[in-house]
Design a protein around this ligand. Structure first.
Ligand code: F6R
Length: 246
């Protein structure tokens, strides 16, 4: 990281549909320019519409995933890949089963407890060996987390396991029957892993993210608000829905 602050490119969208469409088109353009692109993908509520658009664009022959490789940001520790709330299942249902992305070209960190320490090194190594991420899609937590890098995660951190903040578990409890069921730990790309991506697209949707957007746009760069590091990356596009604006 170089210490130079860059201006974040911000695209404001009137609706969630526009945000989703814009993000999907950036991926389509990336793949058109480089058919063997390496994409970094995220889960959660925000990118669901983007995946829906991508599936439509695939069905209308506007994109071919045949040469693409994908790496997901994160996974809960302790959820098997077939657990309905695992990010493995999320990706299968929201993207993989609908498009021609070959199975051996899609990667999500394994959250299996018994092999979690070796997975940390293995996943980082795999990303590096792929040549690095060309385009990384991110969402943001209300506390400024990116991936599952919670506040005060060192900026130099590569793939690692984290204890999820109570607020993060609360925000994600809607996908489980109770907060107690939300795993306490996750494996995630680190800030350093994310910052090595050649391009980054951050999606921000919904009024609950107003404060996070505001903090992102203020110039303080601090581990207290992990997303603030993005100002040190030379190619970040923030696509923000009107509801999340000041
Ligand atoms: C998901 C991820 C998280 C989410 C963030 C926002 O892979 O890494 O950082 O992007 O928690 O989640 P939503 O979109 O559900 O508000």
């Amino acid at each position: 990281m170089n210490g130079i602050k860059y201006k974040l490119k911000v695209i404001e969208c009137d609706t969630y549909e526009n945000l989703s469409n814009h993000a999907a088109m950036m991926i389509v353009q990336q793949i058109a320019e480089k058919p063997d692109s390496v994409l970094g993908l995220s889960t959660g509520g925000t990118p669901v519409g983007m995946y829906r658009e991508l599936i439509k664009l695939y069905r209308s022959n506007h994109v071919n995933f045949g040469g693409v490789r994908t790496f997901n940001l994160d996974e809960y520790v302790g959820l098997a890949p077939d657990h309905p709330q695992s990010y493995h299942q999320y990706m299968y249902h929201n993207l993989y089963k609908h498009v021609n992305l070959p199975e051996n070209q899609r990667f999500i960190p394994s959250g299996e407890k018994k092999s979690i320490n070796s997975e940390v090194n293995h996943y980082e190594k795999k990303i590096i060996e792929s040549g690095g991420i060309d385009l990384q899609i991110l969402g943001i937590g209300e506390n400024g987390h990116i991936g599952f890098n919670e506040p005060f995660t060192p900026f130099k951190q590569t793939v690692h396991t984290v204890k999820l903040e109570e607020s993060t578990r609360r925000a994600n409890a809607k996908y489980f029957s109770s907060i107690e069921e939300v795993p306490e730990r996750a494996i995630t790309m680190g800030i350093e892993t994310i910052m090595r991506s050649k391009k980054i697209v951050l999606l921000i949707s919904g009024f609950k993210k107003k404060h996070a957007f505001q903090k992102l746009m203020s110039s303080q760069i601090s581990e207290e608000f992990p997303a603030s590091i993005l100002r040190l990356h030379h190619d970040v596009t923030v696509i923000v829905e009107r509801d999340a604006l000041f």
